[in-house]
Design a protein around this ligand. Structure first.
Ligand SMILES: Nc1nc(O)c(N)c(N[C@@H]2O[C@H](COP(=O)(O)O)[C@@H](O)[C@H]2O)n1
Length: 148
């Protein structure tokens, strides 16, 4: 049976799986300090709102800004959010060769974002969550393994 890797904080083992890990990505003609900055900024249609999130000092601040409903959430967010996350995670692992290697080195392990804080991207703490970030990471790993 393959093993399970649980990640959450950037300082944990496999913290590089987190979108908060400090690996800039280039997407839509711009550089985003982390995949979290990119993901959170895409919640907004207004270029000024996107830019404000891109310029956030930390990924946690970017997440707070993305979750703050004082800014207007784009109408189609629920239907596009998984593909936005896929785009961000793909960019992170194709633009950083060392991360691609680390991800491939996880082999067949099941990757799980383990947190009570999130039952959509994470496992909800007790496994009831959808673990969408873990699933996307495994999809990206599979795609990378086909290329090598
Ligand atoms: N560090 C951290 N803190 C939280 O409270 C979280 N929910 C997560 N999970 C990550 O948050 C991003 C999704 O945010 P939204 O809830 O959709 O705004 C995504 O990167 C999850 O992996 N991480």
């Amino acid at each position: 049976m393959s093993h399970v890797i649980r990640f959450y904080s950037v300082t944990d083992t496999c913290g590089w799986c987190s979108n908060f890990a400090p690996y800039p990505i280039r997407l839509n003609g711009k550089t985003w300090p982390t995949s979290e900055h990119y993901f959170q900024a895409q919640k907004f249609a207004a270029p000024a709102d996107q830019e404000a999130v891109r310029n956030a000092r930390t990924p946690m601040l970017a997440a707070r800004m993305g979750r703050d409903r004082k800014r207007k959430l784009r109408r189609d967010w629920e239907s596009v959010k998984v593909s936005v996350m896929r785009q961000a995670v793909q960019a992170k692992f194709t633009q950083h060769a060392q991360l691609a290697r680390l991800l491939l080195d996880t082999g067949e392990a099941t990757l799980i974002e383990h947190t009570e804080q999130d039952d959509d991207w994470g496992d909800g703490g007790d496994g009831h969550g959808r673990n969408m970030l873990g699933r996307i990471l495994m999809e990206v790993r599979e795609a990378l393994s086909q290329r090598t």
